[in-house]
Ligand binder design. Structure first.
Ligand code: NAD
Length: 359
């Protein structure tokens, strides 16, 4: 059985890396990679070849693979080039677009969406959303530091004392917690908001202060995800965010509710009242953003504030992001393939959740 990997058209990342070959071999499989697939992530063809992959052109990888792995979904035309028995693994985000699954159902191939892996302890090693969010949280702080005209730690110099940077984190999920840890390591004073009850202890354990807005909806039973908050709650929260934003130099916005538009937490009025020179990095940009001025993949400068909208910062860490993604994929394949034979046992909750369209 051949596991194939293609060159991404819009990402620097690649879905499998040379080092994963050992695990592929243990599954009783061989592997094919499109020429140049890993170039933008620092993995050259010769490295793939030395590890055991066969380097081929795109069409051959599409036609000959039994399992095909990509980060962005391939087109319908390319799906029709693959074997009817091919299992195609990608990131389909069906919870964002309800036309995705019916469109895939028209094809005889099987489709797995890695972003549908349940967020349970058992599936943690396959959770691509967490791997990518954690890198984005780190990179978000680094990006904010690049745009900010001062430094994070307090420093006493002969020319004067520099105060520590104040960082506010909106949403203390996977990305937010990593952002807190990164900002703390750089010496900032950090505070964070979240609606989930469990977030409080996590924020505190990283040495940041937790800002609480009373009256959040109970999220137990939401599978680790946040639940939609009432407009009354969001209004209270926006007022408190504004109060805190006046004193902040940097805001890392990560608040999201799965399958919905991101909550608007930083209003135009808040932006107008913030200190000029402040920086907002909005990682929720692709679902509308937490800031009124956010535009995904754009840097906006308004009222002296820089707003970086980018939900795909993991792609800027393409080497490590590819390695983590590949590990997640291989951990998933380990529960689906034995001795070179694919067996999608739907009694397994991880497989049944991720398999969004069957053969
Ligand atoms: P996410 O990207 O969907 O959302 C980011 C954060 O925004 C969440 O913490 C959410 O509570 C928060 N949020 C939503 N509305 C908000 C608002 N109005 N104000 C402030 N914050 C708001 O979530 P995520 O980071 O992918 O995951 C969230 C949580 O899920 C994790 O922190 C963890 O507890 C759980 N999780 C568990 C596992 C596991 O057990 N394997 C894996 C991943 C995540």
């Amino acid at each position: 059985m051949v596991i194939g990997v293609l060159k991404e058209k819009n990402y620097n990342r690649v879905a499998l890396v040379p080092a994963t070959f050992k695990k592929i071999e243990k599954l009783g499989c061989s592997a094919a990679v499109e020429s140049g697939a890993g170039e933008n992530a620092g993995f050259l063809d010769k490295e793939y070849e030395a590890s055991g992959y066969v380097v081929k052109d795109r069409t051959k990888v599409l036609q000959e693979s039994d399992v095909l792995v990509t980060i962005a979904p391939i087109t319908d035309d390319e799906i029709s080039l693959t074997k009817k028995s091919c299992l195609i693994i990608s990131m389909y985000a069906p919870y964002q677009d309800e036309t995705v699954v019916p469109a895939l159902n028209k094809h005889p191939q099987g489709f797995v969406s890695m972003d549908m892996i349940p967020r349970t302890t058992l599936a943690q090693s396959m959770d691509v959303l967490s791997s990518m969010a954690s890198l984005a949280g780190y990179k978000g702080v680094v990006k904010a530091a690049e745009h900010y005209g001062s430094m994070f730690p307090m420093m006493t110099t002969a020319a004067g004392t520099i105060p520590p940077t104040k960082v506010m984190i909106l949403g203390a999920g996977v990305a937010g917690l990593q952002a807190i840890a990164t900002a703390k390591r750089l010496g900032a004073v950090v505070e964070a908001f979240d609606t989930r009850a469990a977030a409080k202890e996590e924020v505190k354990s990283l040495g940041a202060s937790f800002v609480e807005v009373e009256g959040a909806q109970d999220d137990r039973g939401a599978g680790g995800y946040a639940v939609q908050q009432s407009e009354e709650y969001l209004q209270k929260q926006r007022a408190l965010v504004q109060e805190k934003a006046l004193k902040s130099n940097i805001i890392i916005a990560t608040a999201q509710v799965r399958g919905r538009k991101a909550p608007l937490l930083i209003t135009e009025e808040t932006i107008r009242s913030m200190k000029p020179g402040s920086v907002i990095v909005d990682l929720a940009a692709s679902t509308g953003g937490n800031c009124a001025y956010t535009e995904n993949k754009k840097i906006i400068k308004t009222h002296g504030i820089t707003i970086v909208g980018d939900s795909d910062l993991a792609d800027e860490l393409s080497n490590v992001a590819s390695t983590l993604f590949a590990n997640n994929i291989l951990n998933f394949l380990q529960i689906c393939i034995k001795d070179g034979v694919l067996n999608l046992n739907e009694q397994n909750e991880i497989i049944s959740s991720a398999l969004i369209s069957k053969f």
